[in-house]
Design a protein around this ligand. Structure first.
Ligand code: GLP
Length: 233
């Protein structure tokens, strides 16, 4: 049984419009209090659309999917910096949360983060996808019952993501990330995938079976998934 909705759009900007409409409706119907956020170039038009809108997020708490280990929030390469730059400095939220990759005890930080997000309860989780099919930093082979954890990044992810690194800073090979179970605990999942480089991941997802080597396919275990893509399938 197909349990997802596929929205095909012409380009990332049209994809951002679709996401905006969805969020607007959820806010208007008082169904959005806790929003899971994502980073990456895919999210730039999305956050642009939200910041240029009149949407009021002052009653919304956010939880980000992941963060590199060992980068200060002041580093332009950290996800904390990205979020501030693209969204949090421009829109008021009730509260924002990002895993602290500078924590002295990373295991403790993961536990704290998971507890906070389970207590809040995610209404919507926004997702991108890596070229190897990862969601958040759940690399191939991550188990279905994983919660927030320290993840080792694969060479593929390091290669792709290092191209965005500024100032000769070296890309960390570990990150803190929500797990598969954390992500699937959200009431609604919305995944955005733009460009040919995402075709293998979307194709794998559309095959319809869960394959732990393509963690995007775990979305088949959720009953409310929307995929927004500019790929013609
Ligand atoms: C990183 C993030 C993912 C994101 C992926 C894709 O690996 N941890 O959450 O989906 O990048 O990024 P982009 O949107 O730049 O293709």
């Amino acid at each position: 049984m197909v349990n997802y909705k596929l929205i095909q759009v012409e380009n990332p900007e049209k994809g951002a419009d679709q996401f905006y409409q969805l969020i607007k409706e959820e806010l208007e119907n008082d169904r959005l209090h806790v929003l899971g956020l994502a980073t990456g170039s895919t999210m730039i038009p999305v956050y642009k659309k939200l910041t240029e809108s009149q949407l009021d997020f002052s009653n919304v708490t956010t939880f980000n999917l992941d963060e590199y280990v060992g980068l200060q929030a002041t580093s332009p390469n950290s996800y904390a910096f990205f979020m501030n730059d693209h969204l949090f400095s421009k829109k008021e939220f009730k509260e924002t949360n990002i895993p602290n990759g500078m924590a002295e005890n990373l295991e403790e930080e993961c536990k704290r983060y998971e507890e906070a997000l389970q207590k809040a309860g995610l209404d919507i989780q926004l997702l991108g996808v890596g070229e190897n099919g990862h969601i958040a930093f759940n690399e191939p082979g991550t188990s279905a019952d994983s919660v927030t954890h320290v993840a080792e990044l694969t060479d593929s992810t390091l290669g792709v993501n290092s191209q965005y690194f500024e100032n000769d800073e070296k890309i960390p090979n570990t990150a803190l990330t929500m797990g598969i179970a954390s992500i699937l605990s959200a009431k609604k999942l919305v995944l955005l995938a733009f460009g040919e480089k995402k075709r293998p991941a979307i194709t794998k997802f559309l095959e319809g079976k869960v394959d732990p080597d393509w963690t995007i396919t775990y979305l088949h275990d959720h009953k409310d998934v929307t995929i927004i893509t500019d790929l013609t399938i």
